[in-house]
Design a protein around this ligand. Structure first.
Ligand code: PHE
Length: 492
């Protein structure tokens, strides 16, 4: 068995049971080094280690006063021989101390209180008083040295406020095992673990034994900081889109209904706005909308009569008030809407994506949360069509490691055609729905972009894919931050 020089030193001084502090003193090794070497020795079966926690008890200021003057109940016993009116005691000791004293006398069965008079039953010195005196004399005692009755007395003293100060102390005891004794008896050949310049120059290394590495020894696991698996996955998705030539865009979590719904041609009185179970905000109830003036009239006209989009619109009256309501964005499509207004003809073709939190008032269960991530993207390009959209989504999921993908026809107020991509999850043997996509309608594109142009768009759920990817069956686990799971989860 290979032993480290520290281990040899420790075994040398460990001829009987000793604390780590004693070992440190006798071996002149630092306490830390002793502790480390002791745990090595223990894993090798050469020493037994026992940890012991003791309480070190000292007096606080009030405790010291009581040692000198006696506890309040003792003061009362000294004042009263058989019985006395409580008022007399109060006059001498004050109300507060009298109260405390009487309380304890009753608790300890040393006195009876009859209306306004106290009658003494027993004036013996109780064990808590004795213990208090003992601590006073010794200044410091350890709970380990107390007899059972003293321990009981300690409990009584502890229950009084600001009397004692109790500090926990940890001791580590070590004793050699039988095998340890044997190894100590044998003189272990000294080996070196560090090759110094001197040893190299004087050739001393030639007759020294070099200590080999022990790679299979147990070490305490280390958990260095690492990124949350979800952030890690988001980065991967980001890389996939960047590698496909997309640029990242961002937008605010608190949105106006205008960018979240109206600009997307969602009628104001349509259940489509409830479809999302929107969290509207009470404060601020209304917002100033960036670019509102510029887009308000076009959006209003599009809703009311179709404006120049070729549509007949939804009819009715479009309310500015309703558009100015504030909410937590229900989809990242609000971000792409804002982006459309920033685009000029000369910027085309343009490909952007957005990964961000969205909010819907959903009942929480294993596949629904009121806040979740969406992966949004658009391609604005006069040359693209529906087949490009399907191709892009397929390429994305393939890069994310999903082999089977299919598309189901769907409906969104702002796209035509519309589809919902689904991936096949082998383990579950089922198709998982991922979100929506389609080509934005002219009623969305024309007012915001200023001219009509194919805009491929999608808004995909991230959390279900994440749960799948990270091997979780319940998406809630993504946000619980279970330390055990986080520590052991391998970051790829
Ligand atoms: N915004 C839709 C949703 O959150 C998804 C979507 C985005 C659909 C873009 C079509 C186009 O469900």
């Amino acid at each position: 068995m290979e032993l480290h020089p520290h281990e040899i030193k420790i075994l040398d001084v460990l001829d009987e049971k000793k604390t780590n502090k004693e070992i440190s003193k006798e071996s002149s090794l630092e306490l830390d080094a002793v502790n480390r070497a002791l745990s090595w020795l223990a894993t090798k079966g050469l020493v037994d280690i026992r940890e012991e926690v003791t309480e070190e008890i000292t007096l606080q200021e009030e405790g010291k006063t009581y040692v000198e003057e006696g506890l309040p109940e003792r003061k009362i016993l000294e004042l009263v021989e058989k019985e006395a009116p409580i008022r007399d005691i109060e006059e001498r000791l004050g109300k507060k101390e009298t109260n405390i004293g009487l309380g304890w006398l009753r608790k300890k069965n040393q006195a009876k209180i009859e209306k306004t008079v106290v009658r003494i039953i027993d004036r013996g010195v109780e064990s808590d008083e004795k213990l208090l005196q003992l601590i006073g004399r010794r200044q410091k005692i350890s709970s380990n040295d107390l007899s059972p009755s003293q321990k009981k007395a300690l409990r009584l003293l502890r229950s009084r406020r600001s009397l004692l100060e109790i500090r926990e102390k940890k001791h580590i005891w070590a004793a050699p095992t039988r095998e340890g004794e044997e190894v100590r008896g044998r003189k272990v050949e000294e080996s070196i673990s560090q090759l110094t310049p001197e040893l190299l120059i004087n050739g001393g290394w030639k007759d020294k034994k070099l200590r080999p590495y022990e790679v299979d020894l147990y070490v305490k696991p280390l958990y260095p900081a690492k990124r949350h698996p979800l952030s890690h996955l988001i980065d991967r998705i980001r890389m996939v889109f960047l590698s496909m030539g997309f640029k990242e865009i961002k937008g605010p979590l608190i949105e106006s209904a205008f960018w979240n719904f109206d600009a997307l041609f969602q009628p104001q009185d349509h259940p489509a706005r409830d479809m999302h179970d929107t969290f509207y905000l009470e404060r601020p109830g209304h917002v100033e909308i960036e670019g509102f003036r510029k887009y308000r009239d076009k959006v209003k006209a599009t809703h009311e009569n179709g404006w120049t989009t070729g549509s007949t619109g939804w009819g009715g009256f479009w309310s500015e008030e309703t558009a100015q309501r504030t909410l937590l964005r229900t989809h990242t499509t609000a971000v792409t809407c804002r982006y459309l207004t920033k685009l000029k003809k000369r910027d085309l073709p343009s490909k952007v994506f957005c990964i961000g939190k969205t909010f819907r008032n959903e009942a929480v269960d294993y596949k629904h949360l009121p806040e979740f991530y969406q992966i949004e993207g658009i391609v604005v390009d006069p040359e693209v069509n529906f087949r490009n959209l399907l191709g892009i989504l397929e390429a994305f999921y393939e890069k994310m490691g999903f082999k089977k993908i299919r598309f189901r026809p769907a409906y969104f107020p702002y796209t035509e055609m519309s589809v919902e991509p689904e991936i096949y999850v082998e383990e579950k043997k089922e198709w998982v729905e991922l979100g929506g996509s389609g080509i934005f309608r002219p009623e969305v594109v024309k007012p915001l972009l200023g001219f009509d142009c194919p805009v491929l768009a999608w808004g995909l759920g991230l959390d279900r894919v994440a749960a799948q990817n990270l091997g979780l069956s319940d998406i809630r686990e993504l946000y619980i931050s279970d330390l055990g799971w986080l520590r052991n989860h391998q970051v790829l």
